[in-house]
Design a protein around this ligand. Structure first.
Ligand SMILES: [Zn+2]
Length: 503
């Protein structure tokens, strides 16, 4: 690990820990900040970077990413913003003739449509008509649903269907996409590009919630040269026996990565999603009269959830439980309470106020994705208008003492911590007034939820350092301006364990 002296930085105070007023130098060795003072003398074998008065924050984290899908998304047909099946098919018809001969041998993947607000649901027949015999897989924007043509259904050995696949019919198909011929080579290039893009935004670490065997795949990627990121690789229940057999506990180093790669939590998907109206709620969906399950439904029984939490805890694994509806959050907290499991709830999009205190008491963190509120605002006002005041309840969470960890759930929203922080501070992504602004948090709080618990850079901090062109937390007259400032802050350099990963 390089020894580095970063000269003349202004430290941004993070999580209320005061910073010196004057410019300081940061001496870095063995991956940690060793000295913080003005005018340090460069040592022998120390590389020197002059920050020239730039602002320094701890490296940013995205606590919930699907790295493989995000990497792949960067090379997929963008179907976001489509108003119905016809618009998706029109984009596909434009894209298909542009494929090279080589591309024609692989599956065409589109991503990002949101069918929940469409006037009608898509059919396999219409996709066949637009695509012919070329296998096409269209992954919905929340990744909980896939629209495949007949060629892709056959290739991926999917269940027979006349429409889109969702939830448990769909997840195995999504995982199988990565095992197709040619997928490996293009995946490696896509991962490199995705990591470089993340470093350019000041990201130094992610919680990777990808399906499959991340605990084996990340060390292999690292050995192949993809080294610019800390990764905590989650496992799903399908992989739990292998993880236990390998004796891996949460926090254990994976491979020879200098501590950058770690075993993550056990990820469980306890309910569905808002867009598919499968998130599990205490009250029926307002527009859910025709649903088979008017309150949504849990993917696991309480007993199953308790069994999994208990087994993970016994083997040293923390939990990351996807729970979007308030009933799913309650069911998950029950399981944490009964088993003494540690970890967090992913999404916690709709929460009963009484459960916030319980969450804080159990020290269950909330892994939230504020940029989703920009996308989910309209559908929430259709299906949960009566409970909108406790959707994405970031303010209430912090006030109750719940630890927030922010992320993107990329590819559901882009892997961009600045977008997430801005959405948390000012809950509007367009010209409309903010949505339930009383649940907004401050820029300081948003930054503190994005640094994996690292506070103001000091002696002993991880040498994960981001240099910025401005103070992202400078006081502004309105929340809108504070959010604008976050969005327009430019990352000028990123250091990971003292090594420059972007400049
Ligand atoms: Zn996710």
């Amino acid at each position: 690990m390089p020894n580095t002296l970063i000269r003349r930085v202004r430290l941004v105070p993070v999580a209320g820990v005061p910073a010196p007023d004057d410019l300081v130098d940061l001496r870095i060795a063995a991956g940690l900040v060793r000295e913080v003072a003005p005018d340090l003398k460069p040592g022998a074998n120390e590389s020197v970077t002059d920050a020239d008065g730039r602002w320094a924050i701890p490296g940013l984290w995205d606590h919930h990413v699907h790295m493989g899908q995000w990497a792949a998304t960067l090379s997929r047909i963008d179907m976001s913003g489509t108003a119905g099946p016809d618009e998706v098919l029109a984009r596909l018809r434009i894209h298909l003739p542009t494929l090279s001969a080589e591309d024609r041998t692989s599956v065409v993947v589109g991503f990002g449509h949101r069918s929940a607000t469409w006037a009608r649901q898509p059919t396999v027949a219409e996709l066949d008509e637009a695509s012919g015999t070329h296998p096409v897989v269209l992954v919905s924007g929340d990744a909980h649903n896939g629209w495949l043509n007949s060629a892709a259904l056959a290739l991926l050995e999917a269940p027979t269907t006349s429409g889109a696949l969702s939830e448990n019919d769909w997840f195995p198909i999504l995982a199988r996409l990565d095992t197709l011929p040619g997928a490996q080579e293009s995946a490696a290039a896509a991962y490199s590009a995705a990591v470089a893009k993340a470093s350019a935004l000041g990201i130094v670490g992610v919680g990777d919630m990808e399906f499959g065997s991340g605990y084996l795949d990340w060390p292999a990627r690292f050995a192949a040269g993809i080294k610019d990121l800390r990764v905590r690789a989650a496992t799903y229940r399908e992989g739990l026996d292998d993880i236990v057999a390998a004796g891996l506990r949460t926090g254990d180093e994976l491979g020879e990565s200098g501590g950058l790669l770690q075993m993550g939590p056990l990820k469980i998907i306890s309910d569905g999603s808002l867009n598919t109206r499968t998130a599990y709620c205490h009250e029926p969906y307002v527009d859910g009269a025709s649903l088979a399950h008017p309150r949504g439904k849990p993917n696991l029984s309480s007993d199953e959830l308790i069994e999994l939490c208990g087994r993970a805890t016994a083997h040293g694994l923390t939990m990351a439980v996807h729970a979007i509806g308030d009933a799913a959050v309650a069911q998950t907290l029950d399981a944490f309470e009964q088993t003494g499991a540690a970890g967090g709830i992913e999404h916690a999009q709709l929460v009963d106020p009484t459960d916030l205190a319980r969450m804080a008491k159990l020290r269950v963190s909330a892994s939230v994705q504020p940029a989703h509120l920009l996308d989910d605002r309209d559908v929430t006002m259709t299906c949960w208008p009566d409970r909108a005041d406790r959707c994405f309840p970031l303010r209430s969470m912090i006030d109750a003492g719940v630890v927030l960890r922010m992320g993107s759930d990329a590819p559901v929203s882009p892997l961009d911590p600045w977008l997430a922080m801005a959405a948390a501070v000012y809950r509007s992504g367009d010209d409309r007034p903010p949505w339930t602004l009383e649940q907004a948090i401050t820029p300081d709080e948003a930054l503190a939820a994005s640094t994996d618990g690292q506070t103001t850079l000091a002696v002993g901090s991880r040498a994960d350092i981001v240099l910025l062109d401005r103070d992202p937390l400078a006081p502004m007259s309105t929340a809108a301006k504070a959010a604008d400032r976050l969005r327009s802050t430019r990352v000028e350099a990123t250091f990971l364990a003292g090594r420059e990963t972007f400049s």
